[in-house]
Write a protein that binds this ligand. Structure first.
Ligand SMILES: NC(=O)c1ccc[n+]([C@@H]2O[C@H](COP(=O)([O-])OP(=O)(O)OC[C@H]3O[C@@H](n4cnc5c(N)ncnc54)[C@H](OP(=O)(O)O)[C@@H]3O)[C@@H](O)[C@H]2O)c1
Length: 270
């Protein structure tokens, strides 16, 4: 019996690469996205079924989950949809705050709730959520994004305790930089003139070619998702990508405050 995975945010980037990878291994894939009518390539893949899902719309969550579960059990839920909100916190509009939390945090929670009854009754299932190295360390001018990704790390760790007795595994995939639409189309910027100088320094540091060199392709991180799903160790957080692994190891090695001092030096030059 082929295994089944339900993926959010599968139109581009990591979600799309994961859909292609899992389908190539013989899995049945539900690739969900906001605009499935625009997707031709994935639709032509016999292992992939497209479903419409904007994770901020509860009625679409219920409909997509019901459609997938009507076809049989879903073994893996891959919560991947998300985007970045960067820039000065003071300049974030209320609409920007609400949309970031609704998409990155509440979207994951609501989609997960839609699958829990079936997984609990079956006493089997894996819930894997794309967080970020930004769920384990922080950089300047990403505070709200960090709030969502740190939130997902804590939510996953706690949820893992309460679901383990029902045979349900909870884990995260915490990638570093991935060459996707994330830093372009999927990045919303806040504005505030008072922070222009530090913002400039921070974004220059983010664009440093040496820094970007440690990043991964979407296919490499999709492979890390495959490895995580097949990992039997019970580990919750799966850090993915050479840059993320180095960053997280550095935080653990230096301790929180010395690591923050290093980040301050690199990103703000002081
Ligand atoms: N790229 C990086 O450097 C990086 C690093 C660490 C973590 N991540 C995380 O990796 C995940 C995937 O991002 P990516 O790098 O693959 O970027 P991406 O190519 O921009 O993909 C983001 C995906 O999320 C979808 N999405 C956004 N809002 C949505 C909503 N309300 N409902 C459903 N789908 C929605 C987008 O759909 P549309 O096509 O409809 O916009 C798109 O499919 C995100 O959670 C991101 O935070 C990325």
């Amino acid at each position: 019996m082929p295994q089944t995975i339900f993926i959010t945010g599968a139109s581009t980037g990591l979600g799309r690469a994961a859909a292609v990878l899992f389908a190539s291994k013989g899995w049945k894939v539900f690739a969900t996205m906001r605009n499935p009518e625009k997707e031709a390539d994935l639709a032509a893949n016999p292992g992939i079924t497209l479903l419409k899902l904007d994770v901020t719309r509860p009625e679409e969550i219920s409909a997509a989950a019901e459609a997938a579960l009507a076809a049989g059990p879903v073994d893996v839920l891959f919560n991947n949809a998300g985007y970045g909100l960067a820039g000065p916190f003071e300049g974030a509009t209320d609409a920007q705050l609400v949309d970031q939390l609704n998409t990155n945090l509440l979207g994951v929670m609501r989609v997960t709730q839609a699958f829990l009854p079936a997984m609990r009754e079956r006493r089997a299932g894996t819930i894997i959520t794309t967080t970020s190295i930004g769920g384990l360390v922080t950089f300047p001018f990403n505070s709200v994004y960090h709030a969502t990704k740190w939130g997902l790390e804590g939510w996953s760790e706690s949820l893992a305790f309460e679901l383990e007795s029902f045979g349900i595994r909870v884990m995260t995939l915490a990638p570093g930089g991935i060459a996707t639409d994330f830093a372009s189309r999927s990045l919303v910027m806040t504005q505030h003139a008072a922070y222009a100088q530090d913002m400039g320094k921070t974004f220059a540091a983010f664009s440093d070619p040496e820094r970007r060199a440690g990043g991964s392709t979407a296919e490499q991180i999709a492979q890390a998702a495959w490895d995580a799903v097949h990992d039997e160790s019970g580990r919750v957080t799966h850090v993915a990508g050479a840059d993320a692994k180095a960053n997280y190891a550095r935080r653990l090695e230096l301790g929180v405050e010395a690591f923050r001092a290093e980040i301050r030096r690199i990103f703000l030059g002081r």
